[in-house]
Write a protein that binds this ligand. Structure first.
Ligand SMILES: Nc1ncnc2c1ncn2[C@@H]1O[C@H](COP(=O)(O)OP(=O)(O)OP(=O)(O)O)[C@@H](O)[C@H]1O
Ligand SMILES: [Mg+2]
Length: 426
């Protein structure tokens, strides 16, 4: 059998497997509540089948999104079945098993999705294939966000950021003095911190905090991800890094925000390659260089989700370490308020209050809340745009009700569940 035959057989087996899943789902749901659930089963069936087609076409994002919707639907069948207590245990277990299988499949897709994004980052930062040597410089320039463009109302200021009151005070205190009055901070004075570390779980405002600080202090901002530094050819990473520092120096005062710092400064020294070691050293010595020349006014904010893995030599050079944790109950309510204020044109039902939504999203991040609101609004708007009413300027999309939000909240919960469990597997 050649490769293509293998692929055909694999595809066929997969289709058979899924068809038998769907057949079982149909027969189970048919017994439960013939009309309504039959439609749900059909929809689940088509989502899973589409998902596999997307997988074959290597569109893992879409395949994953479909599976999240499918899981959300099968989940709602399980929840309503449990609540109404209408099914025998054995029938209910069939659904639960099905859900587990779907979760497994979604995890596989998640891994493929992650793998794909890692690959595309390497391609994006690929080696200098005979191009001009200043390509490093022009790439570094693309990472610069000028203080003028930070003035846009789309960039939050520190006081618009929800919660993190201590962190907001600390970041401001760390840089405000030396940026506003550099004359008071000569090389011999007590050295002001030129570097801070923000650490905490994803999606809770490390990036927005660094950007807001740059806006409030009226300085340029450079957003560097470690994946922007890694190159595929030997020596590329160092050249890229040097170009980034050069651009920062030329545009001072600048806050350089270096994201995913554990990708380069982790302590796993026995696995560190020669290239990584060299990049690490360039980094440490450049940081020292800035320390010695206060007139250059380049400040560093590092960010990580994984501060425990960081190198000791690196950590000892950081003057202040600030935690940016999960939002509190009140913060989640305020995050929804922020999302609503950003969408003043959208009509929400009275029952959709930030307070209620805050309570329904325990354990979720600011990014989750942003995603939930965006997807809820988009879904209602897309339905409207697909309908004939969209042509009529007197018609408006319907009000957004709590149920619309609950559906998207569930989807984010499922995606987080899959994400957490695939991190555990790794
Ligand atoms: N405290 C907050 N105040 C206002 N918006 C927030 C807050 N936390 C999160 N957000 C929203 O969530 C989005 C993601 O936040 P951000 O990018 O700052 O997270 P992060 O901590 O940098 O995450 P990661 O570790 O994944 O890089 C922001 O664009 C913003 O919409
Ligand atoms: Mg970030």
């Amino acid at each position: 059998m050649d490769k293509r035959d293998h692929h055909r057989v694999y595809k066929k087996e997969k289709t058979l497997r899924i068809n038998s899943h769907n057949h079982k789902i149909k027969s189970i749901t048919h017994k439960m509540a013939p009309n309504e659930n039959y439609e749900v089963a059909e929809r689940i069936e088509s989502l899973v089948t589409q998902s596999m087609v997307f997988e074959d076409n290597e569109d893992f994002d879409q395949a994953f999104n479909n599976m999240v919707t499918a899981i959300e639907m099968i989940d709602s069948i399980i929840i309503s079945a449990e609540k109404n207590n209408i099914y025998p245990e054995s029938e209910l277990n069939k659904f639960k098993n099905r859900k587990r299988e779907y979760m497994d499949y979604a995890r596989t897709l998640k891994r493929k999705q992650d793998e794909r994004s890692r690959q595309s980052q390497t391609i994006r930062t690929g080696g200098d294939k005979g191009g001009k040597s200043n390509k490093f410089k022009s790439k570094a320039e693309q990472l610069l966000v000028s203080k003028e463009s930070l003035e846009s109302p789309y960039t939050l200021s520190l006081d618009e950021i929800v919660g993190h009151n201590q962190a907001k005070r600390d970041v401001k205190l760390a840089f405000e003095g030396p940026i506003k009055r550099p004359d008071l901070y000569g090389p011999k004075s007590t050295t002001p911190p030129n570097s801070i570390l923000l650490y905490g779980p994803p999606g809770n405002g490390k990036t927005v905090l660094a950007k807001a600080l740059s806006k409030d202090l009226d300085v340029n901002f450079m957003h560097v991800r470690i994946s922007d530094i890694h190159g595929s050819l030997l020596g590329d990473s160092e050249k890229q890094l040097a170009a980034i520092f050069e651009v920062a120096r030329e545009n001072y005062p600048t806050i350089m925000f270096i994201d995913e710092i554990d990708g380069i400064m982790s302590a796993r020294s026995d696995h560190t390659s020669e290239v990584e070691r060299r990049t690490k050293n360039v980094f440490l010595s450049e940081m020292e260089g800035f320390n010695k020349d206060p007139s250059k006014q380049v400040y560093f904010i590092f960010a990580t989700n994984n501060q425990k893995s960081l190198d000791i030599a690196f950590m000892s050079r950081i003057k202040k370490k600030i935690e940016v944790g999960d939002p509190s109950d009140k913060d989640r309510e305020d995050l929804f308020k922020l999302e609503f204020n950003r969408r003043s044109e959208v009509k929400f039902d009275k029952k959709v209050s930030p307070e209620t939504l805050g309570k329904l999203t325990t354990g979720m991040s600011g990014r989750d809340i942003n995603t939930i609101t965006e997807n809820t609004v988009n879904e209602v708007y897309n339905d409207f745009m697909d309908s004939k009413d969209a042509e009529n300027l007197n018609k408006q999309p319907r009000k957004i009700v709590l149920k619309d939000f609950e559906k998207q909240i569930r989807k984010v919960q499922i995606a987080n569940e899959i994400n957490n469990s695939s991190n555990e597997v790794i």
